[in-house]
Design a protein around this ligand. Structure first.
Ligand code: DOR
Length: 434
């Protein structure tokens, strides 16, 4: 289907083709072919009025859990891809903590096959660092790299063994793959289910200190300095970790990090009523951490926003707080929560778009495949969103198979209205292209 998106605010934050102006976007044969003011309509192309809307590259999420293979009752690649499309995302990187773990080519291939069959998003597998995520021996990183992984991580678990982390950094470097760390020193964390501080003391929940994260980030940065490998901190949450990353970047080290919408929108006060949908790893932190996170989003220390979309069923969530599984879904609420930061004046709209498109694409090399930009000639992966659209989150109406969100019933502003993947509408809230 060929079409012309007429009159939107077109924002492209990629360094090669920057743009922020009212313009038309012409899509033909699955590609963006032209961007400019007052473009002529080729015969057979439909015209879609997108004035008052933002047109940007399809959003890119470096961190989702699609649970296939093994836990398809929570999510599978098809339902996760549908949730991605509904949130404006066209490229997502899925973490390896499936069952079996994605630690070899067969599992990587299976995920890629499922993603192709669903056809709703580009799904890029992240391979495990260690076999079975057990932290003992390196996984088959070489063969997974051949099969198409874009990074390695034991996410859900940290790499506790410093020697293994060294080897992972050295080995991943030979494939130019970033190593993504779930930074949580388990000896310091002591199984704590929320942030150590006043709220945990008040409500009597076993807690873990922010230093469980920052100590591991500090150790890893020392290893990065040694090995020169690319290192990415998943779901950064603590002010101290942010300070360490800022300092590492100042020294020119290849260190990057992402923040989740829940870590920039909520504090541990959200856990005060034992709502297990607020339980996540790392845990929600304090106002002081939140302030540091926002500062770091504004000054570029935090590179990008990633959802850590972590579906769980009622079976894992309707339990005591300490026993419930950590994590929350996030693909369909990321954009509105980011727009709230824009209205608050923390970041401007262009920086918000960069943190959801060009910046994450560049970190995992997805820019080489055309993600994160609208540059003519590339695949037409497009997100059209209304930064002010008011709506109320209804966990029953999301595309994910799981409903574990703490934002249920909350009024939001900002929403993806049209998501296009390789020129095909994969989400069309108002029926503009149907
Ligand atoms: O909250 C989380 N949930 N954090 C993680 O690191 C893992 C994730 C999951 O897999 O559920």
């Amino acid at each position: 289907m060929d079409f012309l998106l007429r009159g939107g605010r077109v924002i492209d934050t990629s360094p090669a083709s920057p743009r922020d102006a009212a313009a038309d976007v012409l899509v033909q044969d699955g590609r963006v072919v032209d961007i400019g003011a007052g473009l002529a309509v080729p015969s057979g192309a439909r015209v879609v009025d997108v004035s008052d809307l933002v047109v940007c590259a399809g959003l890119v999420d470096l961190h989702v859990h699609f649970r296939e293979p093994g836990h398809e009752y929570k999510e599978d690649v098809a339902s996760g891809s549908a949730a991605a499309a509904a949130g404006g995302f066209t490229s997502v990187c899925c973490m390896p903590n499936t069952k079996p773990v994605n630690d070899c080519r067969a599992v990587t291939d299976l995920i890629l096959d499922r993603a192709r069959a669903a056809g709703l998003a580009r799904v890029y597998p992240v391979g495990a660092i260690s076999k079975g995520l057990e932290g003992h021996t390196l996984a088959e990183i070489g063969e997974m790299a051949e099969a198409g992984i874009v990074a390695v991580s034991d996410d859900g678990r940290p790499v506790m063994n410093t020697g293994l982390m060294r080897r992972a950094l050295e080995y991943a470097k030979t494939f130019d793959l970033p190593v993504v760390q779930h930074a949580e020193d388990l000896d310091l964390a002591e199984g704590g289910a929320m942030n150590e501080g006043a709220v945990a003391t008040r409500i009597g929940v076993r807690a873990q200190p922010a230093q469980a994260e920052s100590v591991m980030v500090a150790r890893d940065i020392e290893l990065v300095e040694w090995t020169g490998a690319r290192y990415h901190v998943a779901h950064i949450s603590a002010a101290r970790s942010v300070a360490l990353v800022r300092e590492a970047k100042r020294r020119g080290l290849p260190v990057s990090c992402e923040v989740t919408p829940h870590h920039f929108a909520l504090t541990d006060e959200a856990c005060a009523h034992y709502d297990t949908s607020t339980k996540c790893m790392p845990p929600l932190r304090t106002e002081a951490d939140l302030a540091a996170i926002k500062q770091a989003m504004a000054d570029g220390t935090i590179d990008c926003i990633a959802t850590d979309h972590a579906p769980h069923s009622a079976v894992e969530k309707e339990l005591e707080f300490e026993l419930a599984a950590p994590g929350m879904i996030g693909l369909e609420t990321a954009l509105p929560l980011t727009m709230a930061l824009v209205r608050e004046g923390v970041i401007d709209l262009a920086r918000a778009v960069a943190m959801l498109t060009s910046a994450p694409a560049a970190l995992f090399g997805l820019d080489r495949r055309g993600a994160g930009t609208l540059a003519p000639g590339g695949p037409a992966d497009v997100c059209v969103f209304d930064p002010d659209r008011a709506w109320t989150v209804d966990r029953e109406r999301g595309r994910s198979k799981s409903h574990n969100t703490p934002f249920h019933g909350l009024d939001m502003r900002g929403r993806a209205v049209l998501t296009v993947l390789a020129g095909r509408p994969v989400y069309d809230l108002d029926g503009r292209l149907s």
